[in-house]
Design a protein around this ligand. Structure first.
Ligand code: SF4
Length: 404
């Protein structure tokens, strides 16, 4: 199974510390031109889009729940008030604490549940009792059903057929309304595979300005559209294991500031330009980020074609900074000895999100023998095969020295 347990496996202690982490979020600073003086987004309504064949209209901005939702009830309230009504959580976020926080909100605001499109997910594991897992999640969430249930973090579509009957049974029991998976590894192949399964309703995938122009992602999106699969985007800022703050990035930031929004807000806007993407699931652990992202969603300015092209050029100019999640390529090139893109993701948390403890925790969740062999593997074939041209061996050394 995939790595997502690594990605999301915040301990309860770490989870409670995550509320102030700006790097998890899509926008690190509010923009005066888009936000009112008091920090609240300008008047307007949160746009909604139809989530594929579910037929449900959901907010284009979703609240990712990988933060201390228990002690940030006001933030939940504000998200709700501002129309951010797609809420995403997971058992793996704080070992159930994120779900507990959402549940507390629903208990305190009984009328709110009907407004919220509630999503949770469980990391697949051999021998797991998924019904018991779902029941426990519903209990923490203080609700009888979730609108959408994801198998969390698959890396290949072959992981899914085992869930076909179970998903149908859970729908029949009224515990879930819709079913699908999330993935940040081999996303495009997973999406193409999903398009062949008529029982997948929605997928949540890594999607950002770096991936939106690639022929394979376009093909995967088209396949989902044709078969009515709803697509939700995550990891939308395109951060990678190398942090450069390059001239090219600064230039892009300056360009968008002149237009009245940050490059981070513009990156969200670029994604909303793609009608196939229904919603952006964003980690927004504080009001500053929530406010900036809501302002971006409500703002009706469309990016010009040249603006979108600017991102395409930026992606090309900083190609070697980003791991595109095509794990089957590099993992195959090292005979499966190292899940390279899992290590890359740890580095991304460290360097792009600036969350050292999360990065170390994700890294530590790799099997001990995997960590032990990181510096002994020959990565030369993987480097040749890597479409991003990443200096894999050097980055594996960086990961070992920074995160071990
Ligand atoms: S091949 Fe390169 S870009 Fe793709 S997952 Fe591996 S390291 Fe990342």
């Amino acid at each position: 199974m995939s790595d997502t347990s690594n990605e999301t496996g915040l301990s309860r202690r770490e989870f409670l510390k995550a509320a102030g982490v700006t790097g998890l979020a899509a926008a690190a600073a509010p923009v005066s031109a888009m936000a009112a003086q008091d920090g609240a987004p300008q008047a307007g309504t949160m746009p909604k889009r139809k989530l594929g064949k579910t037929g449900v209209d959901v907010s284009v901005l979703g609240l990712g729940g990988m933060f201390d939702t228990i002690n940030n009830q006001l933030l939940l309230k504000q998200a709700h008030t501002w129309g951010v009504t797609y809420w995403d959580t997971a058992e793996a976020y704080g070992n159930g604490l994120s779900e507990e926080g959402f549940g507390r909100y629903f208990a305190r605001n009984p009328d709110s549940r009907k407004d919220i499109f509630l999503v949770t997910k469980v990391v697949p594991k051999q021998g797991l009792d998924y019904t018991a897992k779902l029941d426990a999640a519903l209990k923490r969430l203080q609700t009888n059903y979730v609108d959408l249930f994801f198998i969390h973090g698959i890396s290949g579509i072959d992981e899914m057929p085992a869930f076909k009957q179970w998903a149908a049974d859970m729908k029949k029991a009224g515990k879930i309304k819709f079913f699908g998976f999330s993935t940040h590894t081999n996303m495009e192949d997973c999406m193409l595979g999903a398009a062949k399964l008529d029982w997948i309703d929605v997928v949540m995938v890594t999607y950002n300005y770096r991936l939106m122009h690639t022929p394979k992602m376009r093909e995967a999106l088209d396949a989902c559209v044709k078969t009515g699969i709803g697509v939700v985007a995550m990891k939308t800022q395109g951060g990678g294991p190398v942090k450069t703050d390059s001239e090219a990035e600064l230039k892009v930031a300056g360009r968008f500031l002149d237009k009245g929004f940050t490059d981070k807000q513009a990156k969200l806007k670029a994604i909303w330009e793609e009608p196939t993407i229904t919603s952006i699931c964003s980690q927004m652990p504080n009001l500053t980020i929530l406010s900036a992202n809501v302002a971006s969603a409500r703002d009706k300015t469309s990016l010009a074609r040249e603006d979108v092209e600017v991102f395409s050029k930026l992606a090309e100019a900083t190609r070697g900074d980003y791991c595109a999640g095509c794990g089957s390529i590099c993992q195959g090139a090292v005979d499966g000895l190292v899940p390279v893109n899992d290590v890359m993701r740890s580095l991304m948390y460290y360097r792009d999100y600036g969350d050292r403890e999360l990065a170390r925790e994700v890294f530590a969740a790799l099997p001990e023998e995997t960590r032990a062999r990181l510096l002994t593997v020959d990565y030369s074939h993987a480097e040749k095969a890597c479409p991003q041209g990443l200096a894999i061996a050097e980055l594996m050394r960086d990961a070992t020295s920074l995160l071990a």
